[in-house]
Design a protein around this ligand. Structure first.
Ligand SMILES: Cc1cc2nc3c(=O)[nH]c(=O)nc-3n(C[C@H](O)[C@H](O)[C@H](O)COP(=O)(O)O)c2cc1C
Length: 335
């Protein structure tokens, strides 16, 4: 049985739902070509950081220190940045070169935390040929004076600040730590986001006991992380007017299938491609196709969201009731 794997994400038609997430693997044209040859449906370039735009002239060393102070995730990414193209000019060139070399959609990524002048780079990103922009909003509300209302407004203003510069779609990659995630998702869509990428991983710093230092700590994901995005995609599917991409913990065909059943429009991969290489895309696509054919699904469109909260027979399973059930079901020989 033939299965139609096509899906729409941010208004772009993808041949199937597997997308290469922002990582060092998407940071050079050679590597991007390998990903396309391996069958990936779209690519997200590594982020251009707000700090790089404001401080293009800074030496890389200073950039590392500055970035590490501002954002814990950035501190995790910066060691990788020797592989990244630093500075807007090189980034815009990467977009242009990637567009020339690839036929799959190229999504550029901006990583920032303040609404302001730097967001006008979005226009140049569009002019360089990007098919869409992924805006990674990375902000840790560490000040005791920051209220949740003010932090949320900052996200909304930032999204509006980027979207006002472009006609191409903008997806917003956010962390899950909002008191009212569903409402926040709706507000981001209202501010102009065409899609949400769920979720940004906050890389938590660690303490190195040997050196008594606080050290950045980048650990690749495992499939155990998947369920955070799974739950929220299932809850949001059909409730907000935006595409939904899953990122975080997708490693196997089963992981991808679960996210599609929950309602993801596409599934983004970084850790699994970094550990298994681009050829893993083929394994995932074939695995998804085989499962769907066996279950007599004719298309991703037909299957997508069929276990979202709105469609599944037990909507409570995504909320508090699930917590109670999970605790009650736990058994141990010592209890
Ligand atoms: C080494 C590395 C570099 C990354 N760089 C970026 C980046 O530049 N921008 C971004 O938005 N996400 C970045 N990410 C996050 C990934 O795109 C992805 O969202 C995250 O790793 C979760 O997906 P996974 O479980 O498939 O790894 C990076 C991840 C890794 C492991």
């Amino acid at each position: 049985m033939s299965v139609d794997l096509r899906t729409r994400y941010l208004g772009l038609e993808l041949q199937h739902p597997i997308v290469a997430s922002a990582s060092p693997l998407t940071g050079s044209v050679e590597s991007l070509k390998r990903l396309q040859a391996a069958g990936v449906a779209a690519v997200v370039l590594p982020s251009l950081f707000e700090e790089q735009i404001d401080h293009e002239e800074m030496e890389t060393h200073n950039l590392l220190l500055y970035g590490a102070e501002l954002s814990p995730e950035a501190s995790g990414f910066f060691p990788e940045m020797q592989h990244y193209r630093t500075g807007p000019d090189q980034y815009l060139k990467l977009i242009g070169d990637a567009k020339k070399a690839l036929s799959v959609p190229v999504i550029a990524s901006l990583n920032g935390h303040t609404p302001g002048g730097w967001t006008s780079i979005a226009r140049q990103i569009q002019e360089a040929g990007a098919d869409a922009i992924e805006l990674n909003v990375y902000f840790l509300a560490a000040s005791v004076d920051d209220t949740s209302a003010a932090v949320e407004q900052r996200y909304v203003d930032l999204v509006a600040s980027v979207t006002q510069h472009v006609g191409i779609p903008v997806a917003v990659k956010v962390a899950p730590y909002f008191s009212a995630m569903a409402n926040m998702a709706q507000r981001l869509a209202g501010a102009g986001a065409s899609g949400l990428v769920l979720f940004n991983r906050f890389l938590q710093p660690d303490i190195a006991l040997e050196d008594l230092e606080v050290a950045p700590h980048l650990v690749l994901s495992t499939s155990d992380e998947l369920r955070l995005a799974l739950r929220w995609i299932a809850i949001l599917r059909g409730r907000i007017d935006a595409s939904l991409a899953a990122t975080g913990g997708a490693h196997t065909p089963d992981d991808v299938l679960k996210l599609l059943l929950a309602g993801a429009d596409c599934v983004m991969l970084a850790s699994s491609l970094l550990t298994k290489g681009p050829a893993h895309v083929g394994t995932l696509v074939r695995g998804v196709q085989a499962w769907m054919a066996e279950r007599e699904y004719s298309s991703v469109a037909q299957m997508k969201g069929s276990l979202s909260q709105q469609s599944c027979p037990d909507p409570d399973a995504f909320e508090r009731a699930n917590y109670m059930k999970a605790l009650k079901s736990y058994t141990s020989e010592f209890v």
